[in-house]
Design a protein around this ligand. Sequence first.
Ligand SMILES: Nc1ncnc2c1ncn2[C@@H]1O[C@H](COP(=O)(O)OP(=O)(O)OP(=O)(O)O)[C@@H](O)[C@H]1O
Ligand SMILES: [Mg+2]
Length: 307
Amino acid sequence: MSNFLIETKQLTKIYGDQTTVNAVSIHVGKGRIYGLLGRNGAGKTTIMKMILGLTPITSGEVKVFGQNMKGGEKRIYPRIGAIIETPGFYPNLTGTENLEIFAKLRGTAAPNAVKNSLEVVGLPYKDKKLFSKYSLGMKQRLGIANAILHDPELLILDEPTNGLDPIGIAEMRKFIKKLSVEYGKTILISSHILSEIALLADDIGIIDQGILLEESSMEELRQKNGRYIQVQVSDLPKATLILERQFGVKEYSVQDDHTLRLYNTTLDMAAINKALVMQDVAVISSAFCNDTLEDYFKKITGGEGIA
Ligand SMILES: Nc1ncnc2c1ncn2[C@@H]1O[C@H](COP(=O)(O)OP(=O)(O)OP(=O)(O)O)[C@@H](O)[C@H]1O
Ligand SMILES: [Mg+2]
């Protein structure tokens, strides 16, 4: 069996004549926090629903714990906790009372399950406050507490920070991290906010208009992308010719009439500068640059960016 707790192959969803999810293959490794990043309408919720078997798959495959979800629900569901849509909590009951009902419904065995999961998300046990009086942040926390009641190995959280203020977001991030680091949970989380995913995720899948544009570890992404050498030259066409012919440079982009970006940062810039000058191309400047992740996402999603 592979080490992926979730693996989709060419997962596709078509609604009418709209391909909402287009041949998406994602890989969620054990113990990792995997961030699914995409704008509103990109297809994040639909992917999660298909993984959970909450909406039929048009084509492709989903494996959870190495098993087909279809037909394996009975074995698989107890091992997953999910928040896809706000769970239907009773407004006139307290948080604890709500969780006790869900624990009973699910047959959660552990006697301290409600107390423990409230503790994980920092909500008081046996508090008198009714759910209807909860702030949005408290409601979201209760949603997570509900998802972890049965101590599942895998959590699927659809935009758990939606609508929260910056402090609420930071707190949510803290205990999602805790669930991963201290409790060893594997977490698939979606968001349309890049900075949130960048701070939280170990791996990232970038989805745009139903297509997975990129999947990699955050580490790899930080190293690989956003690093380039920017060169300003007097004669750009001549410079590109020299770079291509003499140095075999293929990965570059033209910024303006005088500016080039070279994406192979191991190039011998001293030799390049010399060759350019010798062939009457003045080098006005040359510098190593580090783009922000934001710039990178703007580039791959075609301009507008995600956050
Ligand atoms: N039941 C449905 N019937 C028809 N179209 C749907 C249905 N559910 C979703 N869609 C469409 O599929 C596309 C993707 O929706 P989805 O909810 O998966 O996106 P999302 O990335 O979760 O967006 P958001 O950030 O707004 O939650 C949207 O264009 C949406 O209108
Ligand atoms: Mg959604």
